[in-house]
Design a protein around this ligand. Sequence first.
Ligand code: SF4
Length: 382
Amino acid sequence: MAFSLYVHIPYCRSKCPYCDFNSHAAATWPEDDYTRALIAELEARSRERPWSGDCLSTIFFGGGTPSLFAASSIARVLDACEKFCGIEADAELTLEANPGTLDAEKLRGLRRAGINRISLGAQSFKDETLKFLGRIHDAEQTRRSARLALEAGFEHLNLDLIFAVPGQTVEDLLCDLDQAAALQSDHISCYNLTFEEGTPFFAALKRGRIRPLPESVEVRMYALARRRLAELGYAMYEVSNYARAGGRCRHNLTYWRAQNFLGIGAGAHSYASLGRGGRRWWNERVPALYMERALGAGEAQSGCEELNERTSAGEFVFLNLRLREGFALDEFAQRFGRRFDDYFGPIPAQLLAGGLLVRDNGRLRLTERGLELADAVAAEFV
Ligand code: SF4
């Protein structure tokens, strides 16, 4: 069976104060060594179960800022993917890009290398908001990058947006959504700003230097975003993701459907189901240590977790409930060898009668209201 590959590129021009990803600000980066490390890790992993003999259906270069790398380096990784695994003819090949790092030549090079989907970290079209978020680009660079991406022939374009930024108004958000749609993207991700421990924003929040928007405003913004994006032709298919026809991100669907994926690169996570349970593992996070190990032994794993059947079943529900279509109860029974009700018991009345979950046509999914409490509802099954 074909599988999905995540490739982590951990370097950024500067670190955004809200970001808790494994990303490192750098003026220069060891591009050749890092590319060789990725290829060495892929070669070694491609010989192991469950990946050996299977080809790739999706590849996602994420970060960090993968668009800092030359198109020729991305091409080398894709060539290795073809050589060691094989890539399906209609595979979805995404690269995350910061609008401050793109020009026409780089985009054409990425397209020639085989990338067919660009995911632009737009975040907002208001320069004041971008400055507050510590972004290195302005709104005009995002508009230009989106235009150039379409001219370069990319089949799919995603724009990432952030809402509930301190100081942002409902009108600002609606304006961001309209501008993202006007750029002909076929996908929009719209996440609320979160204050993650360890980030400068978290520290500022604790010291009272940043005041988050009231929860009621955030909830209202989320509801308005869903409505406006639907009017603009983007159907919500996941709690924070919206697509026009044919634009759903196949790679991210593998995560939400709790399917196998291999992650390579510094700090990358992987998941493989094993019988009715599963296994998750992750790599060394520090880029220099990752490179040393991957180049030496072809692997850089720093931890793993065996998931028993109960944990895997809970995660399956937790992840699949993020999808607008939820999941088929038959699929659950097939995967875990028991009916959903036998596993979790009757669904709590406060979820069904309370109008948060709905069961119809053999599927379980969140209602409109349930979407606003998605994590809390899903947590009932973990
Ligand atoms: S560009 Fe993206 S990955 Fe890099 S620091 Fe900013 S949010 Fe994090």
